[in-house]
Structure formats: C-alpha cells, structure tokens
Design a protein around this ligand. Structure first.
Ligand code: FE2
Ligand code: FE2
Length: 339
C-alpha cells in the first residue's frame, strides 16, 4: 500500500486560510502566528479545529503539494501553538480537577470516572433505531481517528519507563494487528467503510467533518505530541479502552439490524473482545503504573480520561441534535456521494 497522502481541505475561515496559503509555498518565516484567537467555543470552532487538524496531520501524512519540511518549521510550530492554547484552555474548563484521594489509586479512580459517566446514548440509539444514513455518517465521523487508530497514543512509547511501556505495547500490539497487517484495527475499519460503500482512503472526508469531530482527534494528538502531557495521553487511552467494549457491541448490532454481515461488523466484533482485555491493562498496568512511577503526572492521567469523556460527549451530542432536527451531522450530506 502506498504511503498516506491527503489533499489540503477547503479553508473555513481566516486561520485555516492563512495556514493553507502558507503551506502551498516553501517553508518560510512569514507565516505569522495569529494574535489572540477569539473563538466563542474553541472545541467546536470550524476554523480553529481544521487549522489545528491540518497542522497536526503534517506529523501523520504527506499533504499533496506541501513541502514535508513544514513539519518542523519554527513558524508552523508557533502558529500551531497559538491554535493549541485556546483549545487547551477550553478543554480545561470542562474538566474538574482531580481530588487528592483519587490520586491514591489512579486505576480505581479511572473505574469510578468511567462508571459515573454513561455519556450520551448514541450507541444505544444506533443499536435500536439509527438509520443506514445515520450509521454511514457515524462511520465517516469516526474515520478521522479510526484510519489512524492507535497512532496518537504511540507517541507515548519512548516517554514511558519499562513497566507502563510494556503495558502500552501489549495494547498496541493488538491494535496494530499482532503482526498481521490485515488485522490492524485501522485496516478493519477500512474494511467496514468499504463494505458500507464508503471511500476508505485516508483523509478523504475531512471537508465533511465538523470542528467538533476534528476536536476529538486534535485532543489526543495534542496530548501525544507534547511530552509534558504524557499523563493525559495515557489517561485518554485508558478511558478510551474502558468505554469501548459496550458501544462497539451496540454498533455491531446496529449494523446487523441494518442487514450487514461479518465483513462490515468485524471491526466492532473485534473490539468487544479485545477491549474487555485492554481496559484492565490500560487502567491498572499502564495508567496506574505510570502514576505510581511518576506521581507528578497522576492528576494529568485523570485529566486525560475526563477530557476524553467530555469531548466525546460534545461530539455525540452534536450528532444526536442534528438528527433530531432532521439534518445531516456532517458539513454536507453523504447520500448523493454514497448512493
Ligand atoms: Fe482498536
Ligand atoms: Fe483496544
């Protein structure tokens, strides 16, 4: 398979316009970092989240017509920093600080955090009444992450000491197919997309993805690219694994109810099994292990878990609200393309 390569998406405002215009030329210092960014709601801001997503994509993929050395260009990094700050602050406002007693056992605290937060009923809705169009939309939203599943959390590998690193690798080995490229979870997701008649090419749907969807990925990439957030990255992964098994069973059931077979449900079926195992490794050996070895990041582990739940809830609520209004949850409807 050829390497990843995406097209620059359409800009959505002054930030993405300025960034994409610069990226079309050779790396230069004239890309001036924006001053104070005034976004009412940075988590769902179309322009900010798209610009940040593309700035981050430089680390994951080639972009057609964009010089690869932009990735470490100082002007790009300072532009990106200006986008990260309001997003980080907005997420911090959503997350209550960890309590002292939670830090005594981070594994137990994670279990409580997850148990106390049922989240919006998106997977339950899909299982019982979601339509085919809604399922396709859900999959398109998820493609922003699932086609590079696990890559953001791999940034943690060189930053962990032996115990938590071994735990992370135990999870990642499964995520990456256990030595079999076809069983890689990103490949299983591509198979689901193909089976649904969607285009499984990496990055194909960026223009349709709203800011709140891009934010779910920007959150983990941001944690991943900053070593100082290794605690949050690990907490994010732990909570992700701990909240995966049941929704994935429901999405699998939704697809079966809609008449799809094992080719399409394989990704979901695999996660019902795998994540029941991963959640314990991630909560206790990885997150608990990191907190025990580096107590100074323990609070950030819980921050990462809570941030995941909050941002995912914003995303799920966006979908449910759009459907309730009888509208597409994407920036433009899929039906003409998929039909
Ligand atoms: Fe997975
Ligand atoms: Fe997993």
């Amino acid at each position: 398979m050829a390497g990843r390569l995406i097209d620059l998406p359409q800009p959505r405002g002054p930030l993405s316009e300025q960034l994409f215009e610069a990226l079309e030329g050779p790396p230069h210092a004239r890309l001036a970092a924006p001053g104070l960014i005034e976004a009412d709601d940075p988590v769902a801001d179309e322009d900010l989240q798209l610009a940040l997503y593309v700035a981050y994509e430089l680390h994951y993929t080639g972009i057609r017509g964009v010089d690869e050395s932009w990735e470490w260009s100082p002007s790009l990094l300072s532009f990106r920093g200006a986008l990260e700050r309001p997003f980080e602050e907005a997420v911090a406002e959503l997350v209550p600080p960890a309590e002292a007693q939670e830090l005594e056992s981070v594994g137990a605290a994670l279990q409580e955090i997850v148990a106390d937060d049922p989240g919006p009923p998106l997977s339950r809705y899909m299982e019982t009444q979601g339509t085919r169009e809604q399922m396709l939309e859900q999959v398109v939203h998820r493609s922003a992450y699932q086609l590079k599943e696990s890559d953001p959390h791999s940034w943690a590998i060189p930053r962990l000491s032996a115990g938590p690193k071994a735990a992370l690798l135990e999870v990642q080995f499964d995520e990456y197919g256990g030595g079999n490229a076809e069983r890689m979870h990103s490949a299983l997701f591509a198979k689901t997309m193909k089976g649904l008649g969607l285009d499984e090419t990496y990055g194909n749907y960026i223009d349709r993805l709203p800011g709140v969807t891009l934010a779910t990925v920007n959150l983990m990439t941001g944690f991943g690219l900053h070593r100082r957030r290794r605690g949050a990255l690990v907490g994010h992964l732990a909570a992700f694994e701990m909240t995966s098994s049941i929704p994935n069973r429901r999405y699998g059931n939704a697809l079966r109810r809609l008449g799809y077979g094992p080719e399409v449900t394989h990704f979901y079926d695999e996660h019902v099994e795998a994540d029941a195992v991963h959640e314990n490794i991630a909560a206790w050996d990885l997150a608990g292990g990191l907190a025990a070895e580096e107590p100074e990041v323990a609070a950030d582990v819980l921050f990462g878990a809570r941030a995941l739940l909050q941002v995912e809830a914003r995303w799920a609520t966006h979908l449910m609200d759009a459907w309730e209004r009888g509208e597409t949850s994407l920036r433009s409807p899929l039906v003409p393309a998929a039909a």
